[in-house]
Design a protein around this ligand. Structure first.
Ligand SMILES: [Zn+2]
Length: 234
């Protein structure tokens, strides 16, 4: 498969809320974006499929091409490998940019909010270094071609000044139906896993609580706003 040379942006699409907002932003700004999803059933045996289904629904809604990268590397499932999507995502991002020199990617759009954008910025230094070195055929960053740096895709964080609940209120006002296309549940407890049946969120893990809490904060904002109403959703 050859990607269209008209593509000018990349959106990592996990199936969760923030990355969906990144896709929303790309669409709102008429970027011609391609989305990618990392699938890893070894590390997330119960949530990988519903997460992918959510990402597919979102991509369809935005009429965005979705690339799915599947890892089948054997992994011990536990509480210490929660960040596998970040690691796998770095690799996909690097390969997508380095492997498609016919495309002038202008932006990589992230949905990080004000609570986690800095951490995401730190994580992104290294794949970008790898991409720049690869495109310059160098092993040492001092040898990187200046033209490659000048044309490198920019990581953008359009929502880094908003909280999660404020982003929920934003989407509620713009494209309310999107709030039903989100999969947040990791099913992970402190010591193991909550049971997930029939692709329904467990309602107990940290991410389920975070989602419920943010939706409640947005719903409560009716008391502070002069007009409008945000559905609690849960
Ligand atoms: Zn959950």
């Amino acid at each position: 498969m050859i990607l269209s040379k008209n593509i000018n942006a990349i959106v990592p699409l996990s199936g969760g809320f923030e990355s969906m907002c990144a896709a929303w932003y790309a669409k709102k700004n008429n970027l011609n974006a391609v989305a990618f999803h990392v699938l890893n059933q070894e590390a997330a045996p119960y949530t990988a499929r519903p997460q992918l289904a959510a990402a597919q629904k979102q991509a369809e809604y935005f009429d965005m091409q979705l690339i799915v990268d599947e890892s089948t590397i054997p992994q011990v499932v536990g509480v210490h490998n929660q960040n596998y999507p970040v690691l796998q995502g770095m690799s996909v991002l690097a390969m997508l940019v380095a492997g498609n020199p016919h495309i002038q990617f202008k932006y990589v759009v992230y949905g990080a909010n004000m609570e986690d954008s800095f951490r995401q910025r730190l994580q992104l230094r290294f794949p970008m270094r790898a991409v720049m070195a690869s495109q310059s055929s160098q092993l040492d960053m001092h040898g990187v071609n200046p033209d490659i740096i000048a044309k490198a895709p920019k990581n953008i964080f359009p929502f880094e000044y908003l909280t999660k609940s404020e982003m929920i209120a934003m989407i509620h006002q713009s494209d309310k139906e999107l709030l039903d296309m989100v999969w947040c549940c990791t099913g992970q407890s402190g010591t193991g896993r909550y049971i997930i049946k029939d692709d329904k969120p467990c309602g107990k893990c940290t991410k389920c609580h975070e989602w419920k809490s943010a939706r409640t904060v947005a719903w409560k904002s009716i008391f502070k706003r002069q007009e409008g109403h945000i559905d609690r959703g849960i």
